[in-house]
Ligand binder design. Structure first.
Ligand SMILES: [Zn+2]
Length: 235
């Protein structure tokens, strides 16, 4: 399967592999299933006969699931075209790359580790773990992130071997890799050149110039050393 871009994913043709409990499984899909703090794609299926059926948030599983309201609309083996909601996907891709930069700079400036994150179309939050959270300055984080965003930095997606990822000196967030089955030997790595490098299966922009500036929305204490930092885009 070729890699689709994170922004403006094109429609694609495929076949219905199975339908179970109003969940459609496709022979292949480019839809992003909910995971890693990023919501799943939504969109619609169309057929040559003119049928159009929306699918709700795409879900992970052994086989990626596309929930529809009425499974009588389709049958197994049918050819369909899948249209991903590009506005929603583009918002998530911009938010996700911005989140990587937020997390990278919080680590570089204060040594704060990202211990959770949740993206939406409108805003995002990142849970940061500090040794001493009194040092955290949200305005400084926003200013520094926005300086990076303005620099037109390329964002590259790699498929790298597990060992190369674990041994790479600049690689962040490798702790969770213990939970990935050993049978998976190659993983996606997302690189914001000279800013961040980490394993991630999410969708991303191709250049930081495609991301608006961020604006501080608020912060909350989430227990010892933990701060929830929330932001939105300027436009
Ligand atoms: Zn990510």
């Amino acid at each position: 399967m070729t890699l689709h871009p994170g922004l403006n994913p094109p429609e694609f043709s495929t076949r219905i592999k199975s339908i179970e409990n109003n969940i459609v499984h496709l022979d292949e899909t480019y839809c992003y299933p909910r995971g890693g703090g990023q919501p799943g794609d939504r969109g619609y299926f169309s057929t040559e006969q003119g049928t159009k059926v929306s699918f709700a948030e795409v879900l992970p599983g052994n086989w990626i699931g596309h929930p529809i309201e009425d499974s009588n609309e389709f049958e197994t083996g049918q050819d369909i075209t899948c249209h991903i909601d590009q506005v929603r996907r583009n918002a998530h891709a911009r938010m996700h790359t911005a989140q990587h930069i937020v997390s990278a700079l919080a680590e570089d400036i204060w040594g704060a580790e990202t211990v959770g994150n949740q993206l939406t179309v409108e805003n995002s939050r990142v849970d940061l773990l500090f040794e001493d959270k009194s040092v955290f300055d949200p305005d400084k984080l926003v200013t520094t992130v926005n300086e990076i965003l303005k620099r037109n930095i390329r964002v590259n997606v790699h498929e790298w071997e597990r060992n190369k990822i674990i041994q790479h000196e600049q690689m962040r967030h490798t702790k969770f890799m213990d939970r990935i089955p050993a049978s998976i030997t190659e993983l996606r790595v997302v690189e914001v050149e000279d800013v961040d490098l980490c394993p991630c299966a999410g969708t991303h922009v191709g250049n930081t110039s495609q991301i608006p500036s961020i604006r501080f929305l608020g912060k909350k204490n989430k227990g010892k050393g933990r701060v929830r930092f929330a932001y939105e885009f300027e436009i």
